[in-house]
Design a protein around this ligand. Structure first.
Ligand code: CP3
Length: 362
């Protein structure tokens, strides 16, 4: 499926944003890297703050019209070239029987600590428990069809979801989770296994609803050392990668703070590895070569720079990523609420400016 040698390449100058993203994911030649930003819909946009006024975050995720609007804003306002489903990694969790509140990060009133609690976790058909997620994707796909802008779906990875479910809230070191890993491994294993079932069904339903690409967010997996990552995280990623409908939608795997587990990320079989800014992307590109594409990895704070500096940063990252079979321009983590809108616009403009240079693989 991946890395097939093509005998006839389409004229790279005519790529539309959907083809550019899909071809980059699969390591086929493109005119320039596609560009979008993690957490591109959000509080740095005055238009988002207005849309969100007087409404809870979860409520907004269930309001198809507003969620579609939030997903479209970064396309219309800052020139992003892919729309990501407006939702959260915790959207599918309440239907499992766990109460989640946002303040503003996810909090769990009754943290999961026992096998009895895990036995009670339900895995309903996501089309019935979160129909709005798939409706948002269908509407986005239809609205963006004429502009040929691709639509991304996503889910939180089991380890990161478990981190919050066990801890009850965000944390710097997730000590409760790590205690469980060492003191009650069978409990964490059961929880991850239940979450894996949920994630596979949820992502495949997003692909069925029209997601061109799906991204798995494992924000906290980088807390583990390489041996623990190999035991607790890699098999879960590999299972998810194997069970997704990837002929229809490639998989992007994001691990924050994952510079030390790049080889393990590669072993998961994901099509694209999304890297944070602590990774030397030149070295990562040499390591992955034709085995995976890369995504990233500008420091979100670097969007505070001047337009010229942002252009220079983007050119540097893009050149450094050349040895990888494909590259999607993105940040190393989510766009921060205090990001200047001008900085985001400069970032997407810088990607388009790369199109005037030597095409990759030509
Ligand atoms: O990328 C996008 O624009 C799409 C939407 C998206 C959100 N959350 C919307 C959101 C995505 C892909 C996420 C992923 C997510 N959510 C992750 C993984 C990626 C990462 O950032 O590490 C995690 C760990 C969460 C959990 C979460 N949700 C936290 C910790 C917070 C609070 C911190 C914050 O930045 O606000 C949220 C809330 C959240 N998720 C908001 C948005 C737009 C803010 C809600 C608001 O107040 O308007």
């Amino acid at each position: 499926m991946n890395g097939a040698v093509e005998t006839v390449r389409p004229a790279v100058a005519t790529l539309d944003p959907t083809e550019r993203l899909l071809r980059s994911c699969r390591g086929e030649s493109v005119d320039r890297p596609p560009v979008w930003l993690m957490r591109q819909a959000g509080r740095y946009l005055p238009e988002y703050r207005k849309l969100r006024e007087g409404m809870g975050f979860l409520e907004m995720c269930q309001d198809v019209e507003r969620a579609v609007e939030a997903s479209l804003q970064p396309i219309q306002l800052v020139g992003s070239e892919a729309a990501i489903l407006f939702s959260d990694i915790f959207t599918p969790i309440p239907a499992m029987g766990v109460e989640v509140d946002f303040q503003p990060g996810p909090t769990i009133a009754d943290p999961i600590r026992s096998l009895e609690q895990i036995d009670k976790l339900r895995i309903p058909d996501p089309r019935e428990s979160t129909p709005y997620v798939f409706e948002i994707l269908r509407v986005l796909r239809a609205e963006l069809a004429s502009a040929r802008i691709p639509v991304l779906g996503f889910a939180g990875a089991p380890f990161t979801l478990a981190a919050y479910l066990v801890e009850g809230k965000g944390s710097k070191d997730f000590a409760a989770l790590k205690r469980m890993m060492y003191a009650a491994p069978e409990v964490l294993r059961a929880l991850q296994s239940r979450l894996t079932e949920m994630v596979v069904g949820y992502l495949n339903a997003q692909i069925e609803a029209g997601a061109h690409v799906v991204q798995l967010f494992d924000t906290w997996a980088g807390l583990l050392g390489p041996a623990e990552y190999r035991e607790w995280v890699l098999p879960v990623h590999a299972e998810i990668a194997a069970r997704l409908e990837r002929e229809r939608a490639p998989l992007i795997l994001y691990v924050n703070n994952g510079a030390h587990v790049l080889d393990e990320m590669l072993e998961s079989g994901a099509d694209v590895l999304s890297l944070d800014w602590r990774v030397d992307i030149a070295e990562a590109a040499r390591r992955v070569g034709d085995r995976a594409s890369l995504q990233g990895n500008l420091d979100p704070c670097a969007l505070q720079q001047t337009r010229e500096e942002i252009f220079a940063s983007v050119r540097r990252i893009s050149e450094a990523a050349q040895p990888a079979r494909g590259h999607i321009l993105n940040l190393g983590h989510g766009c921060l609420p205090d990001t200047p809108v001008e900085g985001v616009r400069a970032f997407t403009d810088a990607a388009r400016a790369l199109g005037e240079e030597q095409p990759r693989g030509a």
